[in-house]
Design a binder for this molecule. Structure first.
Ligand code: PCA
Length: 323
């Protein structure tokens, strides 16, 4: 019945448009600014799909959480309010722990290991999202995460009592473990939270440091390279099924290209944004041995907690990754 209605609507549209071509319009909510490399990559995806389908599938990217807040995008895609969306996987670890595997400090702390972790995580992600009525299109890692602070941080003790901006359950847990005060603020509101003094430190990438102009308020960046969380691009299954085969193929092909382009861009953006932080007057430093050791310990604690709670899925994931 649905299909018949769709065919009818398609025919009507073609008549109205005076064109034989049916056009499908998709909204793509994203949580990061238009100039962020993830968002630029999404725009390129939209352009590629438009071209490859001869305009049959038009994807509109809504940057900076303008359509849905970061933490609402997944549900919007699941419910079909948006046909496609970009989410930060670690934001959903409270729902299901394997979503947060790439947020565990030092489990995978380089691009190569992050990609390997992704391969181990992928079948689980695909299965879970499928059960939820969605399809995983691709993922792209953020650059490695480091510590931003107002004052020098020589060991974890220097973070005691500091107002710490968290973006995920895991980054809030780190704050608890070092005795900082976690406040969860997504990227779109970060600059304002910093300007108004709600937060005064965080762990994130150089990319977000530049996006939110953290150098205007914070003086120190410790390049701890602790983990590389991933954005995932997800599609509503029913919306995907409603596309004709050639459009589906064009989307999948553009997605594969976007994944490769995104991971490459992330490496480049890492180098460029750390240079930009320096140019803007920040001290970009390697963590001291004491700080490194403290963070390693936090990583071990968090992995232990995660493995205990995530059960068979989590254990299999880590075992596959470490193979
Ligand atoms: N930027 C995002 C998530 C990880 C990152 O590097 C943020 O800070 O919200």
């Amino acid at each position: 019945m649905k299909r018949r209605l769709f065919t009818f609507a398609t025919a009507a549209l073609a008549l109205i448009g005076g064109s034989a071509l049916a056009q499908t319009k998709w909204d793509l909510p994203a949580a990061y600014p238009a100039t962020n490399f993830h968002t630029e990559n999404l725009m390129q995806l939209a352009t590629d799909v438009d071209k490859a389908t001869g305009g049959k599938l038009k994807i509109t990217v809504h940057a900076n959480a303008s359509l849905f807040k970061a933490t609402e995008i997944k549900r919007a895609v699941q419910g079909g309010q948006a046909q496609i969306g970009e989410i930060l996987l670690v934001n959903f670890s409270n729902e299901w722990l394997p979503f947060g595997a790439d947020g565990l400090p030092f489990l995978a702390d380089s691009y190569d290991s992050a990609f390997k972790l992704y391969q181990a995580q992928k079948p689980l992600l695909q299965k879970k999202l499928d059960e939820q009525g969605m399809t995983l299109l691709y993922t792209v890692a953020w650059p490695p995460q480091g510590i931003y602070a107002k004052k020098p941080i020589n060991s974890a003790a220097d973070l005691k009592g500091v107002k710490w901006r968290a973006y995920s359950p895991a980054t809030a847990r780190i704050a608890e473990l070092v005795g900082a005060q976690p406040v969860t603020v997504q990227a779109a509101e970060f600059a304002q939270a910093l300007a108004t003094g709600v937060v005064e430190s965080t762990m994130t990438s150089g990319a977000t440091g530049v996006d939110s102009k953290l150098y205007e308020h914070l003086k120190y960046y410790y390049d701890t390279q602790a983990w590389l969380p991933k954005n995932a691009i997800i599609v509503n299954k029913a919306a995907f099924s409603a596309l004709d085969k050639s459009t589906q193929d064009a989307l999948l092909k553009a997605a594969a290209a976007a994944e490769k382009r995104g991971w490459d861009a992330s490496r480049k953006v890492n180098t460029e944004t750390l240079a930009k932080l320096k140019a803007e007057g920040m001290q970009v430093l390697s963590p001291s041995p004491a700080l490194k050791a403290d963070l390693q310990k936090i990583g071990e604690t968090m992995l232990k907690e995660w493995l205990e709670k995530s059960g068979a899925d989590g254990q299999a994931l880590v075992a596959t990754y470490k193979k």
